[in-house]
Design a protein around this ligand. Structure first.
Ligand code: FMN
Length: 213
């Protein structure tokens, strides 16, 4: 089957009263391509708690080591603590001179992911699966996001009176940046960068170089 086959495929399904409806399928490759790390968001679009709940709901359908399901989620929206999260996260650590996010583009909705058991390898694998699944759901909803590992754990725990250890924070919003993937070699610099027009470039190692010979 050709690459991108599903991307261009329109399915015929039967809607209400047996009427034929054409539905466009979005391929996993397209979702993954659009699932970039955004560090600037449109203020015009306000993410609701309902939307965050839809995103968290993907956790009822994903793998988990020993099926332990030890992750729990604290939802933060604009009027419910977003400012406190912002004070305690670091975005774009590889572009310190830019001081991201730019004023007026700060994320205003977050999901704080916590673990009910002490952090261990299996929980961290669960965490990665959960974060990526939630990001893909956000993209599927027409939104964008960012995994944030650089945050002040003590402050966040205290500010939100969290009963469990926070492991990562997901920012969610409508992205206001232009981001491009750039194929690169394994031995080249993999740091993301921006040009004068503000386009954000993310080098990714070519598929053939990922294989062990
Ligand atoms: C575990 C993890 C932690 C991350 N933590 C941060 C962070 O604290 N701040 C940030 O700006 N980006 C963070 N990122 C985003 C990465 O910088 C980003 O994935 C990388 O630059 C590649 O860009 P892409 O996601 O668009 O492919 C994190 C990503 C992962 C997977």
């Amino acid at each position: 089957m050709a690459d991108g086959y599903l991307e261009n495929r329109y399915d015929e399904v039967f809607g209400a009263k047996g009427k034929k409806v054409v539905v466009k399928r979005i391929s996993i490759d397209s979702l993954l391509e659009r699932n970039r790390s955004y560090r600037g968001y449109r203020k015009e679009y306000e993410v609701t708690e309902e939307t965050l709940k839809k995103i968290v709901a993907v956790n009822t359908k994903i793998p988990s080591a020993k099926n332990q399901q030890a992750l729990r989620f604290k939802l933060i929206t604009k009027n419910n603590g977003a400012g406190k999260v912002l004070e305690n996260i670091k975005l774009g650590g590889m572009l310190p001179e830019l001081h991201l996010p730019f004023a007026g583009t700060e994320p205003e909705a977050f999901i704080i992911v916590c673990g009910t058991v002490p952090e261990n390898k299996m929980l961290d694998i669960d965490l990665g699966i959960s974060l990526q699944s939630m990001l893909l759901k956000a993209v599927d909803l027409g939104l964008n996001g960012l995994i944030i590992g650089a945050f002040n754990k003590e402050n966040v725990t205290h500010e939100f009176q969290l009963p469990y250890e926070p492991l990562a924070i997901l920012a969610i919003g409508s992205g206001a940046e232009t981001i491009r993937l750039v194929p690169t070699s394994a031995d080249e610099n993999k740091a993301y960068y921006r040009n004068e027009a503000g386009v954000h470039f993310v080098p990714k190692i070519r598929a053939e170089e990922l294989l062990i010979e």
